[in-house]
Design a binder for this molecule. Structure first.
Ligand code: GTP
Ligand code: MG
Length: 468
């Protein structure tokens, strides 16, 4: 069960069926996305095999002819590797000692890398389809879901994210283990593979019971993590005002980059899919009234495995609780409209569709020359009124985004009069942190303040003054 990325890229072949309902553009963009997912896993895609069909083949996803072609492709690469074998031997006899041994090892390693290790299928296929296809083409088959699960598995850092991903993986693998057990019998061959599927081949009832127990154990752990997070969240809400912004959107759109720019924090930014799996919360910098907290969240993707959506629901609750969502969209992706659709669908699933939302079209600097950028920006503004078109690497643009976040919360501020008795002076700091003080007058038994602040923050403050 490899956890770290393999040191050298493994060869993979992408195989996909185009159904009549899928346009050529949509199909191409889905394939290129699968290619990016593959490279995030450290695979090198050496070939792509596609086929138009009215439905998936019930037995093995692809039609018989394509399966044959795929087998030749997979085995063809392997045959090439065998052809190289004599030259390795020749070299070994021609030279002696350590140099020859090193060269031979290198040649063998290179030959090994040429082997097609995986066939990647751009759909979720059934356990029996996967198994039949594997048996026929002679190498491991990973569907889109497994590829995404594997990336999540490698990128999960916090205990909670790890537990969430493991539950999703086990749920996905359990029926596949059953399928393997049926085909391979109790003494099924053992194979190491991505996702640890190999380790469980030939799994019997005892193994399946173990999986059920493990899932139950992880769920108990998650409940504990959840309680911990809720306590932290409650503390945040009580002590720091209530203005919350969440950065949400498709994977790789630039959410973490914007998080860094807006909060001066050092969250992970990477040109990988699903670099961020945990929600991070930081204060908007420079600070102001109200104090605004920004959260960075896990990215979305087309056909995000259902179990993962369910698993990450609690992580995404942060988004549902925000007062404002910044929906980050990669404007340089020709398929940005699909990004928008996918994101909006997930927002509905996590019941965050009603939260006020601003669309942020990012990476405009990556769209052709200045003229093209201007044209696209105008088009986007016409199509999505009130959207922001920007580049996270442009400081002026970031400042503008910062300003519009402030403006959003400023609109929600109300004026109020507060009286702070001398006996409650310990709340003075909190008052200044949560409100904009317009005027302060000292009176006999305390200080009178004219302030502007968030309705909810003012309510909390009044309660605290009464209790003091
Ligand atoms: N040129 C350019 N690159 C950008 C911009 N914003 C982000 N990037 C790059 O895009 C890549 C992805 O950025 P991230 O901020 O990690 O994306 P993310 O949305 O957090 O992605 P996930 O965590 O995977 O969901 C990184 O290589 C960034 O440096 C931008 O405005 N312009
Ligand atoms: Mg990120």
């Amino acid at each position: 069960m490899p956890r770290a990325a393999p040191p050298k890229p493994k060869h993979a072949v992408i195989a996909a069926v185009q159904l009549p309902s899928v346009s050529d553009a949509e199909f191409a963009s889905s394939l290129s996305e699968l290619g990016e997912l593959a490279s995030t896993l450290g695979f090198e895609v050496v070939a792509t095999l596609t086929q138009k069909r009215t439905s998936f083949d019930a037995a093995a996803y692809l039609g018989t002819g394509k399966r044959q072609e795929l087998r030749l492709l997979v085995q063809g690469e392997a045959a090439e590797e065998e052809d190289e074998a004599p030259s390795v031997t020749e070299k070994r006899t021609a030279r002696h000692g350590a140099v020859a041994a090193r060269e031979a090892a290198k040649a063998l390693a290179e030959a090994d890398q040429k082997r097609v290790a995986y066939v990647l299928v751009d759909h979720e296929i059934s356990p029996s389809q996967a198994r039949n296809l594997e048996n026929e083409v002679g190498c491991e088959v990973l569907d889109r879901t497994m590829v995404i699960l594997e990336i999540f598995h490698r990128h999960a850092r916090s205990n909670a994210a790890r537990a969430q991903v493991e539950i999703a993986r086990l749920r996905y693998l359990a029926p596949r283990l059953r399928e393997a057990a049926k085909l391979a019998g109790p003494q099924g061959r053992q194979r190491s593979g991505v996702g640890g599927r190999g380790a469980g081949e030939g799994a019997g009832e005892a193994d399946r019971a173990k999986i059920r127990d493990r899932i139950a154990e992880l769920q108990r752990e998650l409940i504990a993590f959840d309680l911990e997070r809720q306590t932290q969240r409650a503390r945040r809400l009580a002590s720091q005002g209530l203005a919350r912004v969440a950065l949400i959107g498709y994977t790789n759109a630039g959410k973490s980059t914007l998080m860094r720019a807006l909060t001066g924090s050092e969250v992970l930014v990477a040109n990988k899919l699903f670099a961020t799996l945990d929600t991070t919360v930081r204060a908007l910098v420079p600070d102001g009234v109200p104090r605004v907290l920004v959260s960075d969240t896990v990215g979305f993707i087309k056909n995000l495995p259902h179990d993962l959506v369910a698993s990450f629901k609690s992580t995404l609750e942060e988004a549902a609780e925000a007062s404002l969502l910044l929906q980050v969209i990669d404007a340089s992706d020709p398929g940005y409209q699909r990004q928008i659709e996918v994101t909006e669908k997930v927002l509905e699933e996590i019941e965050a569709a009603k939260v006020p939302r601003v669309r942020v079209f990012n990476k405009i600097d990556q769209v052709g020359d200045a003229r093209t950028q201007k044209l696209l920006a105008a088009e986007l503004r016409a199509q999505y009124p009130r959207c922001i078109v920007m580049s996270a690497v442009n400081a002026d643009d970031v400042a503008k985004l910062h300003k519009s976040i402030r403006a959003f919360f400023a609109r929600k501020l109300v004026k109020a009069e507060l009286f702070l008795p001398w006996s409650a002076q310990q709340l003075r700091g909190e008052l200044f942190a949560n409100c904009e003080v317009l005027e302060e007058r000292a009176e006999n038994d305390g200080a009178h303040f004219s302030v502007r602040g968030e309705r909810k923050a003012l309510k909390v403050l009044r309660e605290r003054i009464e209790q003091a």
